[in-house]
Design a protein around this ligand. Structure first.
Ligand code: OAA
Ligand code: MG
Length: 653
């Protein structure tokens, strides 16, 4: 057997831009350890010397975004060999059980000889393409979505590259399996379907030890963390520790849709208890059995986590907050936005994707954003986040003063229309939307013309209606309430009565929480609605025409957005980057899409879309002087593409 003596080479850029001295030290320690472990057959692979800080690295490990490519996730090419690193070289039985390196029946005869696999696999050797075909066939056999989800999770944990190849090549079909709506059901039943732990669990019991816990994670080059505390999982409410399905799912999309390598992704669930009694009484519940910690106790745990993350991974680590309840989400974003690279997907990601859809929709309905009136049902993270970004776009692009822009946007919450007389009692994030108007209780009355109290209604001669009684006349209706079936027939018909092409976005997830179905939107508007929803709906046939509903889901934005931040080495998120992402996404909507009534491009092209979004986000970061990776590459789209993870198998030497 050929001796595999190799060294690691790291040039200065790599050391300074991606590896903290600490992580190098830890790596060197693990290498020393691996030397001891892997003495068998003189497969001692690495020697490192931190003394002179010069480590030699397989050349394929040096990739464009400055992070070591240990697994050949980016540089995996047919004609180039890579070493299947773990802390030691994986071989034999362990190689088959290592999800990063496993190729299953695709191991060649030569690899089977070199890597002690003879006899551990049946004789046939098949291609990765055939494996994809086989897996897809198997997944299609399952009738129940949750079974499909579990099959996909099993695949992810046994053969990561095959999982991603399958997901990327069949993204339209498999997105609803690994993501909304199925992931919602998976979280609800996480305790009973739980097989192997995924991600990192940080509970109140880990208080004071979070840095150590982070160091238990096997990967060092983490670039993105998606973290939840499980309090508002999709529109399903408090699912406690079982919310872990969300960070796991989101990060799968980071890799599949945005090309961030899987080994650089870390899913985290912060467990401070749950107020969900059903879970607390469920014998299979996996989290702490206590009511949620709040106030100081909650804040201290989150703060320790945020500090430990920065200490362990450095300034450029991206932390995506996901599915926190309103009462924490805004405060966390506000607080850590100043010190960390943080992004709240439910506030900012949703806002960016919806703004993109609206910019695209203008080509169908005409006018500028400022010519439209927006009515929201739901004034939480998504509702107020979208509202704010629409107003900002009007301000930046049309010079509409922010205050005037906001006045074109109305929000209804569980207590009715948000109006100035309610201002005192409103949560701070709702206050900017408390405009002058008489109170209105029901959504339908906020849509209808004319909301006039009786004295005005029965006047025979026309008179000027005071502003507080004027109709809102929304052209766009957006559901972010988390409550299903709230766009009733009355509401949708009222939209259709005042608009030729009403824009109706039912954004709440999963499908059960959608404000209306695609079929309802098209039927009740006689096929005139421009409709998109957060979770996918099948095409609808109405009056002999087929309508294809778009999916206004933040999955369009966050993977490319995150890639843009990472590849530019950005240290803070700014609203201008969100606007850049929206515009980049809207620019990907073709005339052909619009002709079908689609205000989002199909997911089939998502990696190209993500590269474009990443490029625009990175360009904005460079423009704002927030990018740390210098010099700025000339062609950012090409650069983004070259940074992207590819799931084809490498050849093992
Ligand atoms: O996960 C999704 O599909 C979108 C999202 O962030 C949410 O609904 O919280
Ligand atoms: Mg979310």
């Amino acid at each position: 057997m050929a001796s595999l003596n190799r060294c690691i080479f790291l040039n200065k850029t790599h050391i300074s831009s991606s590896c903290s001295p600490l992580s190098l030290k830890r790596h060197s320690e693990s290498l020393k350890l691996s030397s001891v472990i892997s003495e068998r057959n003189d497969r001692v692979l690495m020697e490192s010397s931190l003394k002179d800080s010069v480590l030699e690295l397989d050349p394929v490990s040096a990739v464009n975004d400055g992070v070591l490519d240990f697994y050949g996730e980016v540089m995996a090419m047919e004609d180039q060999g890579v070493t299947p690193w773990t802390v030691s070289v994986a071989s034999g039985y362990n190689l088959l059980r290592n999800p990063h390196h496993n190729k299953g029946l695709a191991f060649t005869d030569k690899e089977r000889d070199t890597h002690y696999l003879r006899g551990l696999l049946p004789p046939t050797v098949i291609s990765q393409d055939l494996q994809v075909k086989k897996l897809l066939y198997r997944i299609r056999q399952y009738q129940v979505p949750l079974q499909k989800y579990m099959a996909m999770m099993d695949l992810q944990e046994s053969n990561e590259k095959l999982f991603y190849k399958l997901l990327i090549e069949h993204v339209e079909e498999l997105l609803p399996v690994v993501y909304t709506p199925t992931v919602g059901e998976a979280c609800q039943k996480y305790g009973s379907i739980f097989r192997r732990p995924q991600g990192l669990y940080i509970s109140l019991r880990e208080k004071g030890k979070i840095l150590e816990v982070l160091r238990n994670w096997p990967e060092m080059g983490i670039q993105v963390i998606v973290v939840t505390d499980g309090e508002r999982i999709l529109g399903l409410g408090d699912l406690g520790c079982q919310g872990m399905g969300i960070p796991v799912g989101k990060l799968s999309l980071y890799s599949a849709l945005g090309g961030v390598r899987p080994s650089a992704c870390l899913p985290v669930t912060i467990d401070v208890g749950t107020n969900n009694d059903k879970l607390l009484n469920d014998e299979f519940y996996i989290g702490l059995r206590q009511k949620r910690a709040t106030g100081q106790e909650y804040k201290e745990l989150v703060h320790e986590f945020m500090a430990a993350v920065k200490q362990n991974y450095g300034e450029k680590i991206l932390i995506q907050f996901e599915d926190f309840a309103n009462h924490n989400a805004f405060d966390l974003l506000e607080k850590y936005g100043k010190t960390h690279l943080v992004f709240n997907d439910d506030i900012q990601g949703t806002a960016s994707v919806v703004l993109a859809g609206l910019i695209a929709a203008l080509k169908l309905v005409g006018g500028t954003l400022a010519d439209h009136k927006f009515l929201f049902l739901g004034a939480g993270e998504a509702g107020t986040g979208i509202a704010e970004l629409i107003a900002l776009e009007m301000f930046k692009k049309m010079n509409t003063p922010l205050e005037d822009a906001r006045k074109k946007i109305w929000l209804v919450d569980s207590k009715g229309l948000i109006v100035s007389s309610r201002k005192e009692s409103l949560q701070h994030f709702k206050k900017p939307w408390a405009h002058e108007h008489e109170p209105i209780q029901d959504l339908v009355d906020a849509v209808k013309v004319s909301f006039l109290p009786s004295p005005f209604k029965f006047l025979h001669k026309p008179m000027k209606v005071p502003i507080s009684f004027q109709d809102i006349k929304p052209t766009v209706l957006i559901g972010t309430s988390g409550v299903g079936r709230t766009f009733t027939k009355d509401v949708v018909e009222a939209m259709a009565a005042i608009n030729k092409k009403p824009i109706i976005l039912a954004l709440s997830n999963p499908t059960s929480q959608s404000e209306c179905t695609a079929e309802e939107a098209y039927t009740w508007t006689e096929g005139r609605a421009i409709f998109a929803s957060g979770s996918p709906f099948d095409p609808v046939e109405y009056n002999g025409n087929v309508f294809v509903p778009g999916q206004a889901n933040n999955a369009y934005i966050f993977p490319g957005f995150g890639l843009g931040l990472i590849m530019s080495g950005t240290i803070r998120v700014r609203d201008d980057m969100l606007l850049a992402a929206s515009e980049a996404l809207a620019a990907q909507v073709t005339q052909e899409n619009l002709d079908k009534g689609l205000i989002f491009p199909p997911f089939t092209n998502i990696r190209k879309i993500s590269a474009n979004i990443a490029a625009k986000v990175a360009a904005k970061a460079y423009e704002l002087g927030l990018a740390g990776r210098l010099p700025q590459p000339k062609d950012l789209v090409k650069h983004a593409e070259s940074c992207m993870y590819t799931p084809s198998y490498p050849n093992y030497r």
